[in-house]
Design a protein around this ligand. Structure first.
Ligand code: MN
Ligand code: MN
Length: 463
């Protein structure tokens, strides 16, 4: 039952392909450090591969053929790609779905204040973070501010070598006796995650002169007023690029592997499809997974269902019943990262049922917590068919559950898509230091994920 390490099977040609996938992925990670940036990059890649806006086809009405490719964006934060197949949509789609939001630190709507001649931004963290990991490290600011006239001002500060960075200070060790005695979860508080932005007063200004200087910079450089922060989404993320990790360069250290590594693998797999696939293939990139898949861009919103309905109107398969049949007959890989076994924290895992770095794409039959609570728990029949596809294509794959029983848990978008009655299983790349500012993956697992998703999209038949 033990799975082989994928690196052992690679010849020179395969090693080249592994490295080429890794380079493409690192560039994707560097360009997409927020959900908006990832969505824009996914659209760019889709257009490069011949995908057209679905909305334009809807406006034109009808006339679509197998082989046609469409994309649709939901509010700039979620993206869907459709590649029409030979079979009618009613026979179901082959879907790969990931999320493109990652844990981070968001600026509050009224963020700025000055204390002790330092200007700060107040923040509210997003997703599950260990707060102590986010202090005393360089952060970059990414986001948009929307002015009252609707103009959106995008900003990225801290990624270019010439840019300044920002960050959150930590207490010096010399005075940390009380802090060090606290629990890790309490040593740094949510309200304590305030970002230092400026430290030089504006000349001639008496009241909060450092904050005044900060506001002047925002005005002069970006044309932003303090009030524009009321309608802004500014995210503080770890500054810097993804890097090769390990002396053998077998791994990648980067921010946001969860879940942009699966998002990238999906996009790369979609690009390998035959001109006309058997069944319609769909790549789904959702937002808000890290906070429960809520909101109009989260998986619980109906944009995916709506887009399929629009497609079915175009193929002449209108009607609510046919839409329901299409969704119920679909097959899906919920592509999300899995916890990689970490020997330094071996007690958190049960080794026979853990995912190992380098052993390939990982299938999680279930996630959840306690007695599988909140999990999707995929059907054995579906898993049986997947095993055959994986083995037929000589893909390195493994199965795992999320750590030791009763230790914690987590979820993905799987259970939401399963609400339609489609077959869904979690499948992703094992990650070390998940949700930390810098996470770790193996290049081999990325490569195997791309191959696995491509094989699933082409080979998974109807029910
Ligand atoms: Mn995830
Ligand atoms: Mn996550």
């Amino acid at each position: 039952m033990e799975r082989e390490n994928a690196w052992k099977k690679y010849d020179q040609k395969a090693l080249k392909a592994v490295e080429s996938a890794a380079q493409g992925y690192k560039a994707f990670l560097d360009k997409g450090k927020t959900e908006r940036e990832c969505a824009a990059e996914a659209v760019r890649m889709a257009e490069e591969n011949g995908y057209l806006p679905l909305a334009a086809a809807v406006k034109k009405g009808g006339g679509v053929r197998p082989g046609d490719k469409f994309y649709q964006v939901q509010m700039g934060k979620a993206v869907m790609l459709f590649h029409l197949g030979k079979q009618p949509l009613e026979k179901g789609l082959n879907i790969v779905g990931a999320h493109i939001d990652s844990p981070r630190i968001d600026l509050k709507q009224n963020p700025f204040y000055e204390d002790a001649d330092i200007a700060y931004a107040d923040t509210h963290y997003y997703g599950g973070i260990k707060k102590y990991q986010w202090v005393a490290r360089p952060l970059a600011l990414h986001g948009v501010a929307v002015k009252k006239d609707g103009t959106a001002v995008s900003l990225v500060i801290g990624e270019d070598d010439k840019d300044p960075v920002v960050g959150i200070s930590d207490l010096l060790i010399h005075l940390s006796q009380e802090q060090m005695a606290k629990k890790l979860s309490e040593a740094i508080t949510g309200e304590g995650l305030d970002i230092m932005l400026a430290g030089r007063p504006l000349k001639g200004e008496d009241k909060e002169p450092v904050k005044a200087a900060l506001l002047k910079i925002l005005k002069d450089k970006y044309g932003l007023e303090e009030e524009d922060m009321l309608s802004a989404e500014i995210e503080a993320v770890p500054a810097g690029k993804a890097r090769d990790y390990g002396l053998d360069r077998s791994m990648i250290l980067g921010y946001g592997h969860d879940d942009r590594v699966c998002a990238y693998a999906e996009l790369a797999a979609m690009a390998t499809l035959p001109e006309i696939p058997e069944y319609t293939c769909c790549c789904l990139l959702a937002d808000k997974e890290e906070i429960g898949s809520v909101g109009a861009t989260g998986m619980q919103a109906r944009y995916f269902e709506n887009a399929v309905a629009e497609l079915m109107a175009l193929t002449g398969e209108e009607g609510d019943l046919r839409l329901r049949r299409a969704l119920a007959a679909s097959r899906m890989l919920s592509c999300d990262v899995s916890a990689g076994f970490d020997p330094l924290y071996a007690a958190a895992f049960e080794k026979k049922n853990a995912a190992f770095l380098g052993r390939g794409v990982c299938y999680n039959k279930f996630t959840g917590r306690g007695g599988k609570s909140g999990s999707n728990d995929a059907n054995a029949e579906f898993l049986g068919r997947l095993r055959k596809i994986m083995d037929d294509h000589k893909i390195s794959w493994q199965t795992a559950e999320l750590g030791r029983v009763d230790l914690g848990g987590g979820g993905t978008i799987a259970y939401i898509c399963a609400l339609y009655g489609m077959e869904v299983i979690d499948s992703g790349v094992p990650v070390l230091s998940m949700h930390a500012p810098n996470e770790i993956i193996s290049k081999a697992d990325l490569y195997e994920a791309i191959r696995a998703y491509a094989a699933f999209l082409t080979d998974m038949g109807g029910r």
